[in-house]
Design a protein around this ligand. Structure first.
Ligand code: FNR
Length: 190
């Protein structure tokens, strides 16, 4: 059975470097035999998490939609931009909402999953500091995050017009994150 992987970036920006990056990792996973679904969090817009809203109205429809999608997957590929040395609000808000349970349902879309993470930034560290937080958050939720990760620095100069990375060695490393995640998931299910 093909491992199912959901791939997304923690940015909604149209020209997001992280959207480009996660697409490359997704290609690596597909080439290694995974069934990959790439989504744009812009298509799952949700309000800022608000406990009163949740109590009064339940989980917003886009949260339910994303939770159902996540629950049907074994793995995640996440390209996480760094804001102020940490995780973006978009990604944290998405994780916070989707970590909440559906009423009368224990649908937990994180525990027991495996993830590969990466980041891209115009800065010199490529988002490395933010990834430390992303890894910790996911691991605390019971997600096994694979050791390989990549931070692409000078991201504003790193991509070609076709959204591939100019440095082919770096591109192979990004693809390898997707491929390694696929192999681990295949082993876990065998
Ligand atoms: C940034 N950016 C940024 N970059 C970085 O390497 N370290 C940082 O701490 C920050 N902090 C930060 C805060 C805020 C509020 C913004 C808007 C931006 C720059 C960031 O990496 C850049 O905007 C990327 O282009 C964001 O990723 P996407 O949207 O291109 O995927």
């Amino acid at each position: 059975m093909k491992p199912k992987i959901l791939a997304f970036a923690g940015s909604t920006r149209t020209d997001s470097f992280n959207k480009k990056l996660v697409q490359i990792a997704a290609t690596g996973a597909s080439e290694a035999g995974a069934d990959v679904t790439v989504i744009d969090l812009r298509d799952f817009q949700m309000p800022l998490y608000d406990g009163d809203l949740e109590q009064n109205e339940g989980l917003p429809q886009n949260v339910q939609r994303l939770k159902e999608l996540m629950s049907s997957q074994q793995g995640f590929l996440i390209a996480a931009p760094e804001y102020n040395s940490s995780i973006t609000g978009v990604l944290k808000n998405t994780i916070d909402w989707t970590s909440r349970q559906l009423e009368n349902n224990t649908l937990n879309c994180y525990t027991g999953k495996v993830a590969g993470i990466m980041s891209a930034s115009p800065g010199g560290l490529g988002g490395l500091r933010g990834m430390v937080h992303v890894r910790a958050i996911l691991e605390n939720m019971g997600v096994m995050v694979i050791p390989e990760q990549i931070a692409v620095s000078a991201a504003h100069e790193a991509f070609d017009a076709d959204n591939s990375l100019k440095d082919k060695k770096t591109e192979e490393k990004v693809k390898k994150i997707g491929a390694n995640l696929t192999r681990i998931l295949a082993k876990l299910s065998s």
